[in-house]
Design a binder for this molecule. Structure first.
Ligand code: ZN
Length: 177
């Protein structure tokens, strides 16, 4: 099966607010498997459905203890503040210091329909917050000031142009090493 391409900045699907997953079924499970493959290949530690062109509320991740999926996630509590250098597979090659809540409590569902509840701190907390942003159509660039944003867009435009945009559906794709 053809591997999934990761959509990059400029693709409208990344700006869309994703819809709730209605059915947790076999096709969702197989899509998650393919997303995990693309994530490991990138490599990354998290990948949200909109990043592969699917505007649904779920993401896959591996925070060092194996592949996992979180469906229809919701952050029910957050506190503290923590700044960290953050990058994104959809904004390749760039990263910024971004301030986010330090701790969160996130809930959602797994592929068996089981309820999942996670309390996370620092980097793990940031991973979930980052993927949640993707489900809400938000990218790292939305955290930048005007100067940073202008500079970032310039770099990204050049990067996208030099990689070409030769897909028939006009989707911008970048191959990762
Ligand atoms: Zn991202």
């Amino acid at each position: 099966m053809e591997s999934l391409s990761i959509r990059v900045f400029g693709d409208p699907v990344l700006k869309r607010v994703a819809e709730d997953v209605q059915d947790i079924d076999g096709s969702l499970a197989s899509l998650c498997g393919r997303m995990l493959e693309a994530m490991y290949q990138a490599p990354g530690i998290g990948l949200a459905a909109p990043q592969v062109g699917v505007s649904k509320r779920f993401f896959v991740y591996d925070y060092g203890d194996g592949p996992k999926v979180l469906i229809n996630p919701e952050i029910v509590e957050s506190d503290g503040e923590w700044e960290f250098d953050e990058g994104c597979l959809s904004v390749p090659g760039l990263s910024w210091n971004i301030v986010r809540p330090k701790r969160i409590h996130i809930v959602g569902y797994g592929l068996e329909g089981e309820e999942i509840s996670i309390e996370a701190d620092e980097l793990e907390s940031r991973l979930y917050q980052h993927e949640m942003d993707h489900l809400n159509g938000k990218l790292l660039l939305d955290y930048l000031d005007d100067d940073q944003k202008r500079e970032a867009k310039k770099i990204l435009r050049q990067m996208i142009m030099s990689h070409g945009n030769d897909d028939p559906d006009g989707t911008q794709r970048i191959k990762f090493p």
